[in-house]
Design a protein around this ligand. Structure first.
Ligand SMILES: Cc1cc2nc3c(=O)[nH]c(=O)nc-3n(C[C@H](O)[C@H](O)[C@H](O)COP(=O)(O)O)c2cc1C
Length: 376
């Protein structure tokens, strides 16, 4: 299965550089991630918000493996402003998580009032340490109703929303965005003029996925836009887009001037990517992830999902467990068996058979340590 590349000098930490702060005086430099309005990340690698993927169990799994922050999936500001129970439970801070990573809740909406009400509710009642405003989602349903990236068509509204959220919630507010809605709209990316104004209003960091909203996920993320934004903003820029390995994460961190790198799709079935990033950043040997570790990680993922969703976990696990076996030669046959199973224990047995050839005990709860990151 997956093995990691050795640490290279190219990828060694850069004390005092992007995403690493050198301590004064003798001794090795103390590495840390950026400070977001006074909330300091332990490292410059975060999990991207991903609707339908980055739920609480998945965020926990990534935090255990070294993600410095794991932003929640986008949640409706309107529903939270109404104190909607289901949405509140989706974004509530994980009560079992004892690690230090801040809890970041992402909101989508379209009026300053609903953003202000929901941001304040999340900070005071649901344990949010950081509120992230979604000016990025390009999905047709979201855009059609004036949410997500549609807000980029009315920059004035973006500013009023940010101002209202900053004033209301008392915790740092960040924005996740795209360069602009469509490249035809403006001579250059809107984000160059919008983001500095957001920072003036008190937004403490900006995460950029450098594809225009009209591109969706097509083409390539244009990190030249991210680089230029990082050079002109007085607050940390977090770079997102097409980072699929630890060496590339380190390269982006060193070369683009971002304060942190956000990893998304590449972590699916590979949450230990964070441990690999951390090892390279610290100049330590990268962990080697074999089939045993893959099984430990995937079965922990299954148990975390089961403890959150009960029997309904079986449906989510049909896709989740398939992520972990996709590199196997006979993945399709195992995927079919996992997908037709109605029982979590059976799904784990099939996974064991796929990865380890059957037999063996499931590891005890909390004993999974792929990637070498200590569990809390
Ligand atoms: C399934 C999926 C769901 C996503 N949901 C969100 C979301 O809720 N909020 C958001 O800001 N971005 C969302 N994104 C975008 C990611 O946060 C990220 O910016 C993008 O996937 C590019 O990074 P990657 O190439 O590392 O995946 C989503 C992406 C995917 C693939």
């Amino acid at each position: 299965m997956s093995s990691t590349e050795p640490a290279s000098p190219e990828a060694s930490p850069r004390p005092g550089g992007a995403g690493g702060s050198g301590a004064d005086g003798p001794g090795p430099p103390v590495l840390s991630g950026p400070s977001i309005g006074g909330v300091t990340l332990a490292a410059p690698f975060t999990l991207a918000p991903m609707a339908g993927v980055a739920d609480r169990p998945y965020r926990r799994l990534c935090l255990e493996r070294g993600a410095a922050m794991a932003t929640s999936e986008l949640a409706s500001a309107a529903a939270l402003a109404r104190r909607g129970k289901r949405t509140s439970e989706l974004v509530r801070k994980d009560p079992a998580w004892r690690g230090g990573a801040p809890h970041c809740v992402q909101l989508f909406g379209k009026t300053p009032q609903e953003f202000a009400d929901s941001a304040s509710f999340c900070a005071s009642e649901l344990g949010a340490d950081i509120i992230d405003l979604n000016f990025a989602c390009p999905s047709r349903k979201v855009v059609k109703s004036g949410h997500g990236a549609a807000l980029l068509k009315t920059p004035e509204l973006c500013l009023r929303i940010a101002e209202a959220a900053v004033k209301a919630c008392g915790v740092p507010v960040t924005v996740k965005t795209r360069p602009g809605f469509s490249p035809e709209d403006l001579p250059e990316p809107l984000v160059y003029s919008l983001a500095p104004k957001l920072a003036d209003l008190g937004v403490r960091a900006v995460a950029l996925h450098p594809r225009w909203a009209t591109q969706g996920f097509g083409g390539k993320a244009d990190w030249r836009i991210t680089e230029r934004l990082a050079a002109l903003l007085p607050v940390p820029v977090i770079g997102s887009g097409d980072v699929d390995s630890a060496p590339l994460a380190l390269k982006r961190l060193r070369e683009s001037g971002v304060a942190a790198v956000m990893l998304g799709r590449a972590t699916r079935g590979r949450p230990w990517l964070f441990s690999e990033c951390l090892a390279l950043w610290r100049g330590e040997p990268a962990p080697v992830i074999g089939r045993e570790e893959t099984f430990l990680c995937a079965s922990r993922h299954a148990r975390l999902l089961e403890s959150e969703r009960g029997k309904r976990a079986v449906f989510v696990l049909r896709s989740v467990l398939s992520w972990y076996i996709r590199e196997l030669r006979n993945a399709a046959a195992y995927r079919r068996r996992i997908c037709s199973s109605e029982d979590v224990n059976e799904q784990i047995d099939i996974l064991r058979e796929a990865l380890l050839g059957g037999g063996g005990d499931e590891p005890p709860e909390g004993d999974a340590r792929p990637g070498g990151t200590e569990l809390p």
